[in-house]
Design a protein around this ligand. Structure first.
Ligand code: NAD
Length: 313
């Protein structure tokens, strides 16, 4: 974790950052704390107030961000928005110098950067995909897991930037261009599948008369254990927290991209498709901004009670 008070460091490259939401706000705070000069933009001007007060420069367009920085990071909701921010006269690609660097840390797809690579051949641009895991709390704590697709020498060159935002032990080079996106989508797919499966068995067990805490502890001690059962489900069981730091609209976006990826490589994914539909049902029931874990509520409604463990002091 970075100290929140490190001074601006002139020897650090200037980082351009676009997308100051649940994730980008914590990531930029940590970059700033590590001494990286920042140039930032977002469609919500107010999202930069704190950073600007801390010395960051505001830019009106992605192009200006790229033209004023040594490297640019995007942390945006969807592939369409990444493409909009990258392209066009005011887009970041137009502002990158020849040989410039763009790291997309959004959960997205390779097509956008692949299109840029094809159209800008000869400019020597360095494009990396580096999506993350760790939720908004990991972004705030500078402890994200980062899955980087791209050239090994670029990743080593950029390691201090990644280390300001992520856990140094979990900054992984997972392959060439696009590999980071694929790894990230598969991680989310499996985690969301764990969530649905766990909600299902907890509800059935409780309906069958087993105490929720006893059932969860038995699962932890069993071969069916997972990180979700050990750790992540406790935010619901103990605190009724469905993680509004990650909107279900974005979770549905990720699941859609995951199923699309399977389709594009010709792999049938019956289970993934079903999990996607359950998430879409929860989004329709509870709204776009509901937390990513609200599919559990669908089961709680069927059960007729919330899944809450009695916490003993
Ligand atoms: P968010 O919606 O909170 O933030 C996105 C930011 O982008 C907002 O500040 C928004 O105003 C800005 N934005 C939207 N369109 C823009 C445009 N055209 N130009 C400039 N700025 C624009 O989303 P988030 O939760 O921070 O997620 C960002 C990315 O990270 C997504 O791809 C998401 O799937 C991924 N992700 C999120 C989490 C999480 O727990 N929130 C975890 C891992 C990965």
């Amino acid at each position: 974790m970075s100290s929140p008070t490190s001074p601006l460091d002139e020897t650090r490259p200037t980082v351009g950052f676009i997308g100051l939401g649940n994730m980008g706000s914590g990531m930029t705070r940590n970059l700033q704390a590590a001494g990286f000069p920042l140039v930032v933009t977002d469609v919500r001007r107010e999202s930069a107030d704190e950073l600007v007060a801390g010395g960051a420069r505001w830019a009106d367009t992605p192009r200006e961000v790229a033209a004023s920085s040594d490297l640019v990071i995007t942390m945006l909701p969807t592939p369409k928005i990444v493409a909009d921010v990258a392209g066009g006269a005011d887009g970041l690609v137009a502002g990158l110098p020849d040989g410039g660097t763009w790291i997309d840390m959004s959960t997205s797809v390779p097509e956008v950067q692949a299109g840029v690579r094809a159209a800008e051949e000869g400019r020597g641009l360095h494009l990396l995909d580096a999506p993350v895991s760790g939720m908004s709390v990991g972004a705030a704590d500078g402890m994200l897991q980062i899955f980087v697709g791209g050239e090994a020498e670029d990743i080593e060159r950029l390691r201090p930037v990644f280390e300001a935002m992520g856990d140094p032990e979990r900054i992984l080079h997972v392959g060439g261009p696009g590999a980071g996106y694929a790894v990230k989508l598969m991680i989310n797919q499996l985690w969301f599948s764990h969530l649905v499966a766990t909600a299902e068995v907890l509800s059935v067990g409780v309906a069958a008369g087993v105490d929720l805490g006893v059932l969860r502890d038995a699962l932890v001690a069993s071969p069916a254990n997972s990180t979700f059962v050990t750790r992540d489900v406790l935010s619901i069981l103990d605190h009724g927290d469905y993680d509004e730091g990650f909107a279900i609209a974005l979770a549905c976006k990720d699941l859609g991209l995951s199923v699309d990826l399977a389709r594009s490589v010709g792999m049938p994914v019956e289970l993934s498709s079903l999990v996607e539909q359950i998430f879409r049902r929860a989004r329709a029931s509870y709204g776009d901004r509901a937390g990513e874990m609200t599919p559990v509520k669908l089961y709680e409604e069927l059960l007729g009670r919330d899944l809450r463990r009695e916490v003993h002091a």
